[in-house]
Design a protein around this ligand. Structure first.
Ligand code: ZN
Ligand code: ZN
Length: 458
């Protein structure tokens, strides 16, 4: 009888979520271990060196998929699998651009994703320069007939993504708007904070005309040439291939929960990249940070209550991976406790936004305390977005968290040939892992229910 009672008591203890103070102690230990753990660095180094740049629909993306499967298995993840779907694939061919008049000058450019190729032999036209996107939008229909439109709007350097979010419209919709006004080509100042002659590519809406990004110094030269009043002519030669539907892959691995394995914390980064650089800050770092955080938790003496799932989304840059993931896993969304993607480089985390009402739960208050030595604050504002690939899950009702990284330097590198491993500070990378590990552990080893807390907060 006594043994039975003891066994029952032991079972009850094992079934109960760990107490807040115990949880805080384990989260703090994870934080400290993360700061000296080199897994994230090793994973970033491995992906950028063994696979390199990996645009969606390229042979490199197939190698990235195989790399992801092998890496997750090697690190001890369970249920490692590939979810296959179809997503657009735009692949760059040879490109060049030059000023032909008033004098010859080679321009440093990169075609934008979804750009149309120029006719063979290139396209030459007079340019029309606008210092802001709005200035071009103010032009009436037909005003740019036969011209190459150039928008040279500058991006402000900010710690968060405000600077980028404001400036990126010139890249994403500028081409469509130029085409509507009769333009035969579109050039945009790179959406970047850098001052080198490296252009920065990125996705754009299909416009039916050739579109490319100029290096910032070249954009400024075109401004100065145009200001002199005489016609400025530019020759563009862009080649590319486009498939609306190319095979794409989300690679998944799990640390199965000990008690409630069907309740899932979904984290990850995106495996694809643009074709320039080696996709180190965008987004090998995000893959590495989340993988390393899950691995540290897996190395604890006992598994957390809930399952931690790492997703390596395969088509963020050209779109489709988040939608495909949400569609394939829609039935499970009610059991997704929290979802978040790391996709803003490798700068330190300076702020965390949790779902509304989160601090009403002791596990989340314990997590907030654990962050103090890292000088990371939990914002009183609720998270708005958990990242591009998490958006469709959020639409279906999954609670999200936002781990804000310092993006001050990110847009010097992003989508350019300078996005390489040497730009990553291993210490900052480890700080990211510390915050992710503490958060993911606090959620996975507690019974926090953000949906209920959000209801209470209203
Ligand atoms: Zn990204
Ligand atoms: Zn990107």
């Amino acid at each position: 009888m006594r043994n039975l009672i003891l066994a029952a008591a032991a079972a009850l203890l094992a079934a109960a979520p760990v107490q807040a103070n115990e949880l805080a102690a384990t989260a703090a230990a994870l934080r400290d271990r993360a700061l000296s753990d080199t897994t994230a660095w090793t994973v970033t180094e491995s992906l950028t060196s063994e696979v390199g740049a990996r645009p969606q629909g390229s042979p490199a993306m197939d190698r990235a998929r195989d790399w992801g499967v092998a890496k997750l298995r090697e690190l001890g993840f369970e249920n490692v699998r590939v979810e296959t779907y179809e997503a657009p694939s735009w692949l760059r061919g040879p490109e060049s651009a030059e000023v032909t008049s008033p004098y010859p000058h080679k321009l440093a450019i990169l075609g934008l994703g979804r750009s149309t190729p120029t006719p063979r032999g290139g396209l030459e036209a007079e340019i029309a320069v606008f210092r802001t996107l709005d200035e071009m939008l103010a032009q009436p229909e037909g005003a740019l007939k036969g011209k190459i439109a150039v928008v040279t709007e500058r991006m402000r350097r900010t710690q968060d993504i405000t600077g980028y979010a404001t400036a990126v419209r010139a890249r994403s919709i500028g081409g469509v708007e130029a085409a509507k006004r009769g333009a035969v080509g579109y050039l945009v100042r790179s959406v970047s904070t850098d001052d080198t002659r490296l252009p920065h590519t990125g996705g754009a809406r299909f416009s039916g005309i050739p579109m490319a990004a100029l290096s910032p110094p070249d954009a400024e030269l075109l401004e100065r040439l145009a200001a002199r009043g005489a016609p400025v002519r530019v020759k563009l030669e862009l080649a590319s291939t486009f498939r609306e539907k190319a095979p794409a892959y989300n690679v998944v691995g799990e640390i199965r929960g000990r008690e409630a394995p069907d309740e899932v914390v979904v984290i990850g980064g995106h495996l694809d990249s643009w074709d320039v650089g080696t996709g180190a800050v965008d987004d090998a770092a995000g893959i590495a940070i989340t993988t390393a955080a899950a691995k540290l938790i897996a190395d604890l003496p006992q598994r957390p209550r809930r399952t931690i799932r790492v997703v390596m989304w395969g088509a963020e840059e050209q779109g489709g991976s988040g939608e495909a993931y949400a569609q394939a896993n829609a039935a499970e969304v009610p059991r997704m406790i929290l979802a978040s993607e790391s996709d803003l480089g490798a700068g330190e985390i300076w702020r965390v936004k949790l779902p509304a009402g989160a601090l009403g739960h002791p596990a989340m208050r314990a997590f907030a305390q654990v962050l103090a030595p890292l000088s990371v604050a939990v914002s009183p504002e609720p998270a708005q977005s958990g990242g591009v690939d998490v958006g469709p899950l959020q639409t279906l009702g999954a609670p999200v968290a936002e781990l804000s990284q310092d993006a001050s330097r990110y847009f010097d590198l992003h989508h350019s040939d300078d996005d390489t491993l040497d730009k990553i500070d291993p210490k900052a990378l480890a700080q990211n892992v510390a915050v992710w590990a503490a958060l993911v552990y606090a959620v996975a080893d507690s019974d926090v229910d953000f949906r209920a807390l959000a209801g209470g907060a209203r």
